[in-house]
Design a protein around this ligand. Sequence first.
Ligand SMILES: [Zn+2]
Length: 483
Amino acid sequence: MRSGNSGLPVTVTFFFLLALNFSICDAATSGALQTQIPAIWYAPGSGPSASNTFYILTPGGQAVIIDTSGSSQAATHKTWIQAIPGYVPPSYIILTHGHGDHTAGVAQWRATGNPVVLATAMNQDQLDFQYRLTGFFNYRNAADGGHPPRVVQIPYPGDYGAPPFATQTFTQSYSFTLGGLTFMLFSAPGETADMLNVWIPELRAYFIGDNWYRSFPNLGSPRGTRPRFALDYVNSLNLALSYNAVMLLPSHGAQVYGQPTVASTLASYRDAIQSVHDEVVACLDAQFGSVNGCQNSNGPPTIEWMMQNIVAPPSFTLGESYGRVAWAVRAIAQDYIGWYLIPDGATCSMCVGDAENLFPSSLDSTLSSLDSVLGTGKNDGFITTSMAATAVSEGQSLLMSRGSAVKAARLADIALRNNSADPNALNLKYCALNLLANLSNNFTEKNWLQYNVAAVLASLGTNAPNCSFVPAFSAPAAAVQLQ
Ligand SMILES: [Zn+2]
């Protein structure tokens, strides 16, 4: 049981002996479990998505809580912890971050006395973010977490004003001593910007919050989240590694024991995140051609291509039971480049963004759904030659009748997915984008359109563009009509 603790300092050994006086606990009656460092207890969350409440009983007979569990278990966890032999109410509550599965029990614990509630200065920002998107997250969390949505009275309660939890905050680091133990807290952004970690040097115990769990991290949670920057994770994991902890205590799941195991566990996690991050960046930086092993014969490496091809290194063995590497790839890429995505090369082999995507989609519902089904590129076989010809002819008719040039460009894209070198489709796209460029009243939009007009012209090669079928337009009324 304690094989990983052979390197414990004398003080820790003392705590072991001290704690033995009150460490005999019947788990059936309390539910709280004692870790291999007897001063540290925890109420385990049930299942991988429920979090732990930690209870540290100092040699001086005072107590600290770290995290307070989610709404379904907070009360039970409190009951379990209050049954720990030698229990005293906590003097401090430390919140690793503002997610609801760590904060639901704060009010109940505050009712036990007047504990100081500690969090980072970013905690309120995290709470306000969740608060202002109450209606959105109600359903997204339900879908994501496998539980029914709540009844929400006020879906948008305002931009600020989430009820605060913390009574004391800090920016970078904060430490206090209590009952013979030192609690060192520091900002450790990762899963959230407000994440903090706790290091107790006398116990060589490191509480890592949600910056480590037994899966590839959810860098891009489908439920929606602010960016979880990969390099923040890497930096925070390096910080964790620097303490040479003998016990790693994640807020989800069981502890990791033994300095070598803790170190290799953290390093493997860090290296996997760094590796995936670096591959995404290499692909973003290799828009044309093959650089740093990022290859995409179909044009610039798209995010979809990266999602299909970038994997965690073989040294990473924790799997993807919670986060997925493909989601992380998408999140990392979009954190860097934003909403305007890289085209797949089928619709414009030399474009770095499809200019028609600067406009709200204006295809009719049938074509919109067709467009979204096509997705991945010219070789998917969804578009037949006759479908392509129809799309081009419809697009030409649109331009001839002074209809939407954006629609015409999208119809050209459909045909280009059958054959990215189709001269009639390229000509249609050229004429549509050229029209939009000439009429654009926006600096950025006009530049993108002109860039793509030149790219399409290059794709036309020796086929000179012919837009004589397009009637003359006069701005600005036509500019609205064209979109
Ligand atoms: Zn959590």
